[in-house]
Design a protein around this ligand. Structure first.
Ligand code: TRP
Length: 329
């Protein structure tokens, strides 16, 4: 059994891409491995030092993950800032992280380009904080997207360096976990690329039916096929990909057939697609609302998660302190 750990950004609601790309796999994984899922609220301060509603965002994210099926009794679900052991390990790891390697990190370079007025030390040491998140539970598998692979590589560097410097074989090397090639990539509604928050082309699980209908009806298409079995354009392919994921196979085949015979009316297809998305998101949205209205439950989940996580984290930090040479008087 692996120790799986995933950090969840505390900003932003879940969209269909997150749901089919990661969430459903997390729900599955919690039964197969020892899983830690946490909300990375410290990390959000690196770019947003004065958040408008930090607690509200964390609450929303927690409610959404619970609504999707993460089970706080099976997995360990917690908030990063509830573990004082994380900043402690971050401090210790920073002593062995070199400014040069941190400055070379792609995400750092990108962020200083985007926020030239706020190049803070937290941003520079974002990878050490992420390494602390991972190493604090000695996680061996980290499900991450392409954009996080370099951070994971740096975590391995820090783990190995720690082992070498202190002549121990203590931290395992965490590896990236990809959910296999067969994974469907959920495209956006703007005709190209995948669904993403920053792309502004996403359907959120929390969107109400009216919003979903309006987003889907505005999706980019083309002027329609002019000859039988014509190759589909990218935007139309994307609509079919979404439909394959959310609709019945019969519905999908019906529109495939309409396309091949040049009878397709994209308006009809979009109406159907919107209703099928609504069918999937409605129970999740209702569940999110139910959870958000139940502060007692949310606080119980957060406390329980923090307690479980602290148990594993304090064991690690105590051992790390011993290894480095700290002794209690
Ligand atoms: N950096 C990750 C992201 O932007 C979030 C994150 C923070 C994370 N700590 C982590 C992911 C530890 C995996 C493991 O998505």
């Amino acid at each position: 059994m692996e120790i799986v750990l995933s950090g969840i950004r505390s900003t932003g609601k879940l969209h269909l891409g997150n749901y089919y790309g990661a969430l459903l796999n997390f729900v599955q994984m919690q039964h197969e491995h020892k899983c830690f899922f946490f909300i990375a609220d410290y990390h959000s301060l690196t770019t947003h030092p004065t958040p408008t509603d930090l607690h509200g965002s964390v609450k929303q994210v927690l409610a959404e993950y619970l609504a999707c099926g993460l089970d706080p009794e099976i997995a360990t679900l917690y908030v990063q800032s509830d573990l004082p052991q994380v900043p402690e390990l971050y401090l210790l790891l920073n002593m062995n992280a070199y400014v040069g390697e941190l400055e070379r990190c792609t995400s750092f370079k990108e962020k200083i380009r985007k926020h030239p007025d706020n190049i803070n030390a937290g941003l520079l040491t974002y990878p050490t904080l992420m390494a602390a998140d991972i190493l604090i539970h000695k996680a061996t598998m980290v499900p991450v997207g392409k954009d996080q692979e370099q951070h994971l590589e740096m975590t391995r560097t820090f783990a190995n360096r720690f082992n070498r410097l202190y002549k121990v074989d203590y931290f395992p090397e965490p590896v990236a976990y990809n959910f296999g090639k067969e994974l469907v990539k959920i495209p956006g509604l703007d005709g190209s690329g995948k669904m993403g928050k920053s792309e502004g082309n996403a359907i959120y699980l929390y969107d109400d039916p009216k919003t979903i209908r309006s987003k889907v009806m505005k999706a980019v298409t083309d002027s329609g096929p002019t000859q039988p079995n014509q190759e589909k354009s990218e935007p139309v392919k994307n609509l079919f990909t979404l439909m394959r994921v959310v609709s019945d196979p019969e519905t999908y085949s019906y529109f495939e057939e309409q396309y091949s015979s040049c009878h397709i009316r994209y308006g009809d297809m979009k109406k159907q697609l919107a209703e099928d998305i609504i069918r999937i998101t409605t129970p999740i949205r209702e569940r999110i609302e139910e959870i958000l209205a139940n502060d007692a439950y949310l606080s119980q989940v957060a406390h329980h998660g923090a307690e479980k996580a602290r148990e594993s984290a304090s064991k690690t930090i105590n051992e790390v302190r011993q290894i480095i040479g700290f002794r209690n008087f």
